[in-house]
Design a protein around this ligand. Sequence first.
Ligand code: NAD
Length: 264
Amino acid sequence: MSNRPGRMDGKVALITGGASGLGKATAELFAEQGARVMIADVDAPRGEAVAASLGADAGFVRLDVTEEAGWIAAIKATQARFGGLHVLVQSAGIAITAAVTETSLEDWRRVHAIDLDGVFLGCKHGVPAIATAIANPESGSASGAIVNISSIAGIIAGHNMAAYNSAKAGVRHLSKSVALHCARQGLAIRCNSVHPTFIDTPILDDVAGSMDRDQALAKLGRQVPMGRVGRPREVAYGILYLASDESSYTTGSELLIDGGIAAM
Ligand code: NAD
């Protein structure tokens, strides 16, 4: 452990999807930077393992982001364990690859329930919880942030991503509405969205299908100007910036972490 100040010192963060991929990388980076971290995920064994690997300043709570009662309980558990909540990172998500004509109503609803309704519930219950914490000088931080993980697919559409494009575009605009609400209320809570392109996490397993995974990643990488898929840490550093006070004048913005795709 270094004695240097951390970029998240004093802050308590709740990270959905923290059992895997981008959420896990973010939890690790936040813990390194001095945050106390509550991991929330449907996958309890993997979530508990990540929390255990981070030590005493990390915990796990089982959360299905589609369930409102679960959100209320997860926030209460965070407050009980760490004395408040300052940062919410919403990384829980699923991807279904299908064109509009091939998407069942059931799949459409499942993608929207997890990727969009879940983010709405997090914002709805996260804002008042963060407002309570930052009003209390003893909670560890006088400002808060919500970082919603959308996707480059929330900005650029694809022919075979109908439900995912729709849900992720919804997260982008919802984040702006939340940002404006907090600003209007005079709350020191910022809300921003993050838009990664292909990042090497388990969510890409479906995309790889029956192909060798390395070959599939190389193929995806050829669609990116930088010639490769991204690494989870490369996204976690962007999330860290938006979660920390370094981005104190940034709200309602969208951070693209896409190897240059949107520049084409
Ligand atoms: P991942 O599959 O590694 O992690 C997703 C996590 O979400 C898992 O731990 C899973 O258990 C959890 N989860 C799924 N449904 C849940 C639910 N109902 N309630 C709570 N937790 C649930 O994937 P990832 O790549 O880390 O994806 C994280 C986020 O980033 C997702 O929102 C995804 O859409 C987005 N994203 C990923 C990529 C990429 O290429 N990896 C690109 C753009 C955007």
